[in-house]
Design a protein around this ligand. Structure first.
Ligand SMILES: *Cc1c(COP(=O)(O)O)cnc(C)c1O
Length: 387
């Protein structure tokens, strides 16, 4: 089989995977159901996750890509007829409504502009009128626009009304520091393939005791087996997993978490690079999709008039070996999404990405006001960037 090794992926996930993570995935494996040492390894990795996310809440790693975590949270909390507040300022935001409906709940959408973060004060006014919700869903970074919602104020506000929160942090986790306990998030969802920079295939959850209690106090059974978070509750005490754990994937995830732990500059570097990318794009005359409230893991630029998005992306990958992303749904063909998360959040790779973009614009006959790469390199060199 021929694999495309020469392309550098600078997409907002999946991301590049470091060699030590790949090596960890090739270690000799045991039977993860029967060998009790695996329960210790799994628990140690979950404990690392909780520590890195600054929480006393328990963590679980489920075998399935990020979407499984979102579905599992909704499946486990939603009972038929439950009203669920869906905070929507983007595609992943409103996507939660589908899961809620699937499990018999009644999603109530709170829809606001996708060009800025959710305004907590406006939300507070809304909640004064209506707060009869079992839980609410919110996306930390809605990746199609790259907006970062302030979960540190949104979730405590909801909690004041006794509303549990499910937060999709798939594309922010480990690119933006998250303090789950300060934010009072009940279920936080992450994915292996974004800033954590392990291959796709795993979802990580932190789950509060309030959320576990809500699952246990249901009147109806959880309408799923694979997406039932409660099946993990006693895995360690009972030495029993609901299904065989993908041991190699979990070893890889463990190594990726060790990389995050060892990288003391990780959040400052993400912030600095993201700021420099935005400045470079703006100076080159490109328009940022957002007005403000940018996430440090992804930059979303409008495709300029006269440039064909699909042609641009194909040319850049084929000629320069670097892949960035377009978008889907209502943003299809309208924006470029530049990933600078996890393994991609380093000055060298980002400079190479911007250089390839500079050249691709030139090849397609579009004139930028200046080289994005030059602005970026200068900013990173002189450390003029405000963090
Ligand atoms: C990537 C991502 C997910 C997982 O979805 P896939 O597109 O299937 O990888 C979920 N939520 C957000 C915000 C994401 O960026």
């Amino acid at each position: 089989m021929k694999m495309n090794k020469s392309i550098k992926i600078m997409t907002p996930g999946p991301t590049q995977v470091r060699e030590n993570v790949r090596m960890a995935r090739s270690l000799t494996t045991t039977n993860p159901d029967l060998d009790l040492t695996f329960y210790e390894e799994y628990k140690a990795i979950c404990d690392n996750l909780s520590a890195l996310l600054h929480t006393d809440n328990v963590s679980y790693i489920l075998s399935g890509e990020g979407i499984l975590g979102l579905e599992a949270a909704c499946a486990s909390l939603t009972e038929p007829g439950d009203r669920v507040l869906v905070l929507d300022n983007g595609l992943f935001g409103r996507g939660f409504a589908d899961f809620i409906k699937l499990y018999g709940g009644e999603p109530v959408l709170y829809t606001v502009t996708d060009r800025t973060a959710i305004d907590v004060e406006a939300l507070a006014v809304y909640l004064e009128q209506d707060h009869d919700f079992k839980y609410a869903t919110v996306v930390h970074c809605d990746t199609p626009t790259g907006v970062l919602n302030p979960i540190e104020t949104i979730c405590p506000l909801l909690k004041q009304y006794g509303i549990l929160t499910v937060v999709d942090a798939v594309s922010s986790m480990f690119g933006v520091e998250i303090d789950v306990d300060v934010c009072r998030v009940d279920i936080l969802c992450g994915g292996s393939q974004k800033a954590l920079s392990a291959p796709p295939g795993l979802t990580m959850l932190t789950v509060s005791s309030d959320a576990l209690q809500a699952m246990e106090q249901r009147h109806t059974p959880i309408a799923s087996f694979y997406a039932n978070i409660l099946t993990f509750k006693h895995y360690y005490r009972d030495k029993w997993f609901p299904y065989t754990m993908p041991i190699s994937d979990i070893y890889g995830l463990g190594a990726a978490l060790d990389n995050v732990l060892a990288d003391t500059e990780i959040y400052a570097r993400h912030a600095q690079i993201a700021q420099a990318v935005r400045t470079a794009a703006a100076e080159a005359g490109l328009k940022l999709y957002l007005e403000r409230d940018y996430c440090a893991t992804v930059t979303v630029l409008e495709v300029p008039e006269g440039v064909d998005s699909a042609q641009f992306l194909q040319h850049m990958t084929e000629q320069y070996g670097i892949m960035i992303a377009g978008c889907f749904d209502y943003l299809a063909g309208k924006v470029f999404r530049l990933g600078h998360m996890g393994e991609g959040a380093n000055a060298e790779d980002v400079a190479a990405m911007l250089d390839a973009m500079d050249k691709t614009f030139a090849d397609l006959g579009y004139t930028l006001k200046c080289s994005m790469k030059d602005v970026f390199v200068k900013l990173m060199d002189t450390e003029e960037v405000s963090l």
